[in-house]
Design a protein around this ligand. Structure first.
Ligand code: NDP
Length: 455
């Protein structure tokens, strides 16, 4: 076993694994250090188990719909422990695949906490290796200091490891994790209250989506305690109490802290190695993921640029191609699509209406309809789509959707945006019928025209 490497990657999550395999494919000798399970947040305690839980939750609605479509005797009881066993088996299988991918790529995996020692030396557990380059890909973890008492609450990590559901849940926060877990747990029968300080959940998303999401969450029985600052959370004899600045107290049997995530920078020897952090405590990097220390790069959530798995992977590959493949590559963070797996799901790519307006004239196209599937079921569920179009050259600047299949539909439209598609390109695309996605190519007249950029 050599102790000389071209690259040491710290953190075997999606970004670190992608970077190390790409660097090895370019001929580099690569070691990847991991102190925990291989696969990182996405595979072990994030996107993958969350989506598996979302699928479990989806059956409650599917059973209701099935009755509308003529099925009888459709019912069931959800057992969290059975799901937990299936989830553990699936994450173990995926971890095995990640380990095999690394081995097959010729990347050496070393278990242990890594620490930069300076002058190209890195400690991994008890071993010291030498390397020409270091890539920090240690990801992030739930933040616990937004309010006093938050460390008493569960985070998404613990929710994904539950073997029994609580009767009621207080979700603290109104971001991605808050709306996703509120939707999932409510569908599984938990009485959910979401407490957040904004007027609407998902700050930063297009307000037309935020508003419709709030309506849909309430329709699914989730109580929204919005628009009031949160002060502290405490344990009580029968659960948790959240104090708010207007004097009100919200109570539930369990609490989920969903107040954001922080970068994993501790214990890496970053300060000693001259690696600067930004104001959020994340590793500061330039457009090529270089840190302030020569020979040290950082990608993914530890840089807090855009905390999404595919972005970490793209940053890792761009680094490896540039440094080892002699092919300069950079990630364009402007047209990254993202999805929120709440119910109904949201997906978006490009500019919001408000952001586009700052740049010039904008035309807005919308579709708002009851999905066909609800025809036999009743209910008020609706889908909503918005195109934000440049008023001068008709280029589509933003695509936004809330409704069934939004993530799948917007993923495909993200290709069109990346290619610079115009509204005319959408218009000359023949629809696939009957689908929901066809509404995106059938929007004829703008619902609003903003003629001049806002100051
Ligand atoms: P978010 O940043 O999305 O949301 C954090 C929430 O906590 C916001 O509602 C914020 O309120 C609130 N908050 C923060 N500080 C306070 C405070 N002091 N008092 C009251 N409220 C507070 O973080 P998440 O933890 O939900 O997710 C972290 C990141 O992980 C996301 O940004 C996303 O990048 C990624 N992620 C992506 C997913 C996906 O792609 N589907 C799924 C899950 C996570 P306010 O808005 O008012 O600041």
């Amino acid at each position: 076993m050599s102790d000389e490497f071209d690259l040491v990657v710290i953190g075997a999550g999606s970004g670190g694994v992608a970077a190390s395999r790409r660097a090895a494919a370019h001929g580099a000798r690569v070691l990847i250090a991991e102190a925990d399970r291989v696969g990182g947040t996405c595979v072990i305690r994030g996107c993958v188990p969350k989506k598996l839980m979302m699928y479990a939750a989806g059956f409650a609605q599917a059973f209701d719909e099935a009755r509308g479509y003529g099925w009888t005797g459709v019912a069931g009881r959800f057992e969290m422990s059975r799901w937990a066993d299936a989830k553990a088996a699936e994450t173990a299988r995926l971890e095995g695949i990640y380990r095999k991918l690394l081995a097959d790529s010729g990347v050496e995996l070393a278990a242990g906490q890594a620490r930069l020692l300076g002058d190209g030396a890195v400690a991994v557990g008890d071993r010291t290796v030498r390397t020409k380059r270091v890539l920090i890909a240690t990801g992030g973890r739930p933040s616990r200091d937004a309010l006093p008492g938050l460390s008493l609450a569960m985070t998404s990590n613990e929710v994904l490891d539950l073997r029994e559901l609580p009767a009621s849940l207080l979700v603290v926060g109104g971001g991605y994790i808050a709306v996703e877990f509120a939707s999932i747990l409510a569908a599984l029968g938990v009485k959910v209250t979401m407490a957040f300080r904004g007027a609407l959940p998902l700050r930063g998303f297009d307000p037309d989506l935020q508003q419709r999401l709030a309506t849909a969450l309430v329709a699914r029985g989730i109580a929204l305690a919005a628009g009031v600052d949160l002060q502290a959370i405490e344990r009580t004899s029968d659960g948790f109490a959240l104090r708010r600045s207007d004097g009100t107290v919200l109570r539930a049997a369990a609490a989920l802290n969903a107040t954001g995530r922080v970068a994993n920078t501790e214990g890496l020897g970053l300060a000693e190695a001259g690696v600067a952090l930004d104001a959020d405590g994340a590793v500061a990097v330039d457009a090529d993921s270089r840190t302030s220390a020569a020979g040290v790069w950082a990608i993914g959530d530890v840089t807090h640029r855009m905390n999404l798995t595919p972005v970490a992977i793209a940053e890792g590959r761009a680094f490896a191609d540039t440094e080892f493949g002699h092919r300069a590559a950079r990630v364009d963070h402007r047209t990254v699509a993202s999805a929120v797996f709440c119910d109904p799901p949201i997906a978006t790519v490009g500019l919001t209406e408000a952001d586009a307006l700052k740049l010039g004239p904008v035309d807005i196209f919308e579709a708002d309809f009851r999905p066909m599937k609800t025809a036999f079921v009743g209910g008020e569920a609706r889908s909503y789509m918005k195109l934000v179009v440049d008023g001068l050259n008709e280029r589509v600047l933003g695509v936004h959707m809330i409704g069934a299949d939004a993530p799948e539909i917007v993923q495909s439209l993200a290709v069109a945006l990346t290619c610079g598609a115009t509204k005319r390109d959408f218009d000359r695309t023949v629809a696939v019928h009957p689908t929901a996605a066809e509404e995106f190519v059938l929007m004829r007249q703008p619902v609003r025209r903003h003629l001049a950029a806002l100051p």
